[in-house]
Design a protein around this ligand. Sequence first.
Ligand code: GLC
Ligand code: CA
Length: 568
Amino acid sequence: MLRNLRLLALLIVSACVSTSFSQAQTRTLDSEGHQWWQNAVFYEIYPRSFADSNNDGIGDLKGIDSKLDYLKDLGVDALWISPCYPSPQVDFGYDVSDYENIDPMYGTLKDFEHLARDAKKHDIRIIMDFVLNHTSPQHKWFLDSASSRTSAHRDWYIWRDSKAPGVPPNNWLSGFGGSAWQFDPKTGQYYYHFFAIGQPDLNWRNPAVEKAMFDVTRFWYKHGVSGFRLDAVDLLFEDPDLHDNPLLEGKNEFGDANMQNKYNDKLPEVHTELKKLRKVADENNAVLIGETYTSNRDELKEYYGDHNDEVQMPMDFMFCTVDKLSPAEFRTQIANAESTGGWPVYVIGNHDMPRSYERYGDGKHNDQIAKLMAGMYLTLRGTPIMYYGEELGMENNDPTRKEDVKDPIGIAGWPKEKGRDGERTPMQWNDSPNAGFSQTTPWLPVPASYKTHNVSGELADPASVLQFYRHLLALRHQDHALLYGDYVALNQDNPNVLSYLRRYKDEAVIVVLNMSATAQQVSFDLSGEGFPSAKATTLLTTSTGAPGGQLNQVALDPFAVYIGKVSR
Ligand code: GLC
Ligand code: CA
């Protein structure tokens, strides 16, 4: 019966495929009713830092194109490319001056089309970063908006009078430090910018803005894009009456008062807008990924939409930022993600936070811990999004002098806030100068560890972090329990070892993760789960003294991973 229903769903859905000339693949469900993005492994590329094809020190689209074989072999199914549109680069592309083109430093629209075609040949999809909350002041919409109070685009941004001479309209603060209001003497009003002065917020209450931005998504769907990562989506709307935000105790890293962003963050209108954006995505068999900074389960649940009609993949930053090897904490976060009713999305790092290698590493066992983290988030029920270089054990390379800082946050917040340059350094391809990223000095310096942590060296070393990722991702793509199985928490009171079962029909995979620096011995009784035999076949482990297949005595080295197929 269930099978028939699924088949019916498949037929209905395939019949609705859009006839446009888009390369977005037709919408089909697999035999288990999964959509493509539920089985896919996503990989974030920061294009400035991935591969430099023309040796100007900055990565580019042709560089990405040249690495598709590597990505395919690694086990990646979809690339999220951080913004590569024309931009003055105030926030390295998150200040867009033209949504429908490619910045010359990254190539041309033709190069993009070429990349999309090559990616398709590799069965890899492309997700663009959609910076929808704000533009650059160099965008033609803003140029017109700022030109006069009566210009056609005036209301496309948020302009307000001063409260009193020299006093901004209200107390809202920028996430990049200082007031969120910038006075423009030309028209005598302030404009609102949640981020840098070079990132004025769009006014999403204006239907013309909505239409123009939805058309941007259609433009990229026609160019073969399979979805968008929605940048800063929490911040799309502001209280039209501009109430002051409540102040909290203490100061932040910029020296500003701490503030609760009650009137300019996660307003209910965001959800109305997301439903509309989702309709356009559905017409194109596309996925929406949310940069959703939620602080509790209910907020996360809301982003899926009451009828799963908003963002299919809201990122769970509560899981992402546990920041310590705590089985109890991870159990709680996984249970939260499991309880929303939506498909979980697991991330451990991105271009806005120190690399996971640093945040979880203890300085001595970082490689083992990098494998441990992968052993966890790549075996959970849900879709993982990797960050480039994570698979190598890339580490941060933070600037040590203010004059070297490139990131606007680091410039404003130095020395308390050193900015995000450290986690955005060039991909480490080999041990030649500049890590094989470029033949010239790259825009950010590579860390010294590129000598030992690089693609060619790690491919040659069976015990490397990269090889662990490759084996794990291969397993994930083949094993039904890892793709479709339920998550069942095991031995929940163990303070050192996180364990769970992925159970699918009469198969199961057991994952056992020693999050402590001491050897551990654990025992499982799975008779209650329908697996009384107490035996497993090892699929992948980093424990040296082979733990064997007896589930009543699994021995784990410090920080070791054990993954086994449980037999009945
Ligand atoms: C998002 C991006 C971040 C950027 C900000 C402003 O948080 O991930 O890198 O600075 O939005 O666009
Ligand atoms: Ca906004």
